[in-house]
Design a protein around this ligand. Structure first.
Ligand code: OOB
Length: 531
């Protein structure tokens, strides 16, 4: 497959021998679950509920329908569906048709989607309908442009295009296909907040391991009810353990359309949800909402938080008001997953971002010159292992930059290794402010700002300055009346924050802009500050 960097033969053989790779196609997760838990509810949304047998049958119908439409084995198809049962049907249907699903998020717009079409060469796009945005209209704009897009498939009013419901009427056994499990099963999109998102090829072998091992680590069983709060196409709710991990153990997956505490708490109570995954901003909001929402999520036993750094104070608050079963997750669509373990002491649950999932995850922490730092010092995290990619899809130039010659992925994250192999994320290499010759970690400053009770959310960015090179701007969402710069800096002073690390200006904002999965989007903040 051109543009795909496979695992080198020697490491692949080692992962197979060590039992990481099962040599099974990814959709076997569903076939096996349907055989074992046929009548157990598999997926639920606000309109539908499907048992495992029904989901399995619908996926076969969708696969047959996709083939009948003309989607061939090996061709890519973009999936941009809201959190719904149809998301699961589409994913498994595409896998069974032998097509390569590209997991877009509902927040992606023309710029990202046209880029994904161009790089993947996708022949189709499956979109939903939503009161808030015209997905079909966007797909129509992209038809006939410089890409291979031919099929617009709509779950909702199809207009002149293909109706998803109709396409799913396909009957009979799943189409014939040849699966090499060391080939990509899905293309994820990178969560980077710099540059155009990249496509991340995850193989059947590595992604199946990712989901199954994560489910095992989290102790998921058929008795669990997993709530998809984040956009389902993101790696975290998709496979860490997420939808795929839940299906692998016969659990029930509830798709949430709205992650606000009000809506989510009601869904959690209605379905007896036991596990979910959130980004820190949402976890913070859910914890705060316990003060005013009558219905608390009392059935939750596992609350995973990741995607950005969870402040220690927030971790404590989450554990005391939402569930003691907080799990910090430091993950990336490129592969590596670090988890705190369920029975870790509070100190680890609150202050670290976990340790790697697999024994064969190889981590290096290095300085600017690529030399290993001393134990406990911060440095850039490089990683390779049984479920970390060896290259982005069709991105030769980017791959030169992002991978070392011996196959380590340069994560761009800075971390410190603590006792027991646990990691503390200390920032991003590029997320620093270069102020008057000093390097200021934005993450570090933000964590200090967040300790002020009047600060609800904070993002530190560097603005060009003729004297300092860059000056520090703190974009802050305040609870109530905004603080002045002097008041904020008194607080930082009391905490012992160095003078050169304190903001030069404060910018109150009603809300911080976020990426498609809900992380703070600093590019947009900078654009707003420098129109
Ligand atoms: C997850 O995946 P992506 O691909 O959207 O973003 C990965 C990046 C990491 O390189 C890191 O910069 C940041 O997001 N990140 C964290 C973090 N978890 C992710 N930074 C600090 N603390 C954490 N706990 O975001 C993702 C994928 C799978 C599971 C969880 C998150």
């Amino acid at each position: 497959m051109t543009g795909f960097t496979p695992f080198p033969a020697e490491r692949a053989a080692a992962y197979r021998a060590a039992g990481y790779w099962a040599g099974r196609p990814l959709d076997d997760i569903l076939s096996a679950a349907a055989a074992q838990w046929a009548d157990h509810p598999a997926v639920i949304d606000d309109r539908t509920s499907l048992t495992y047998a029904e989901l399995d049958r619908r996926a076969n119908g969708a696969a047959a329908g996709l083939r009948a439409l003309g989607v061939e084995e090996g061709q890519s198809v973009l999936v941009q569906l809201p959190n719904s049962c149809q998301f699961a049907v589409a994913l498994f249907g595409l896998l069974r048709a032998g097509a390569l699903p590209v997991m877009c998020l509902p927040g992606h717009r023309d710029a990202e989607i046209s880029h994904f079409l161009e790089v993947s060469g996708a022949v189709g796009i499956i979109v939903g309908s939503d009161a808030g945005f015209d997905y079909r209209g966007m797909a129509e704009r992209l038809l006939g442009r410089d890409n291979a897009l031919r099929h617009v498939i709509v779950d909702g009013d199809p207009g002149p295009h293909t109706a998803w419901a109709q396409l799913c009427q396909g009957a009979g056994p799943p189409p014939q296909r040849r699966v090499d499990t060391s080939d990509p099963a899905v293309l994820l999109v990178s969560g980077g907040t710099t540059g155009a998102p990249k496509l991340i090829p995850r193989t059947h072998d590595d992604y199946l391991y990712n989901a199954i091992a994560s489910a095992k680590l989290c102790g998921l069983t058929a008795a669990d009810v997993y709530f998809v709060a984040l956009p389902a196409g993101h790696n975290f709710p998709l496979a860490c353990p997420g939808l795929l991990g839940a299906i692998s153990v016969g659990a029930t997956v509830v798709f949430g359309r709205d992650p606000s505490p009000e809506a989510a708490f009601a869904e959690i109570a209605r379905h007896g949800v036991t596990a979910t995954a959130l980004v820190p901003a949402l976890a913070r909001l859910w914890a705060q909402a316990c003060e005013w929402e009558e219905q608390r999520p009392t059935s939750l036993r596992l609350l995973q938080v990741g995607g950005a750094k969870l402040a220690a104070d927030d971790a404590r608050h989450v554990r005391s008001v939402l569930t003691p079963g907080l799990q910090q997750v430091f993950g990336m669509a490129e592969g590596l997953l670090c988890y705190t373990r369920i029975d870790d002491p509070a100190e680890f649950l609150e202050n670290t971002q976990g340790r790697p999932l697999a024994e064969h995850d190889e981590l290096r922490i290095v300085d600017d010159e690529g030399v290993a730092v001393s134990e406990g010092e911060p440095g850039e995290l490089l990683v390779r292992g049984p479920y970390t990619i060896n290259g982005y899809y069709r991105a030769a130039a980017e791959n030169q930059r992002s991978f070392t010659p011996d196959g380590f992925y340069r994560s761009g994250d800075t971390v410190r290794r603590l006792a027991g192999g646990y990691l503390e994320v200390t920032g991003r290499i590029k997320d620093v402010i270069l102020r008057g010759g000093e390097t200021v970690s934005a993450l570090d400053l933000e964590s200090h700002l967040l300790t002020h009770p009047a600060v609800s959310a904070a993002a530190a960015v560097g603005l060009p300055d003729p004297y300092l090179g860059e000056k520090i701007c703190a974009a802050i969402v305040f609870r109530g009346t905004p603080l002045t710069l002097v008041e904020l800096n008194e607080h930082l002073d009391a905490r012992g924050v160095a003078v050169h690390c304190r903001p030069d200006m404060v910018m109150p904002m009603p809300a911080l802009p976020t990426t498609a999965v809900g992380k703070v989007d600093k590019r947009t903040i900078l654009a707003q500050l420098q129109p």
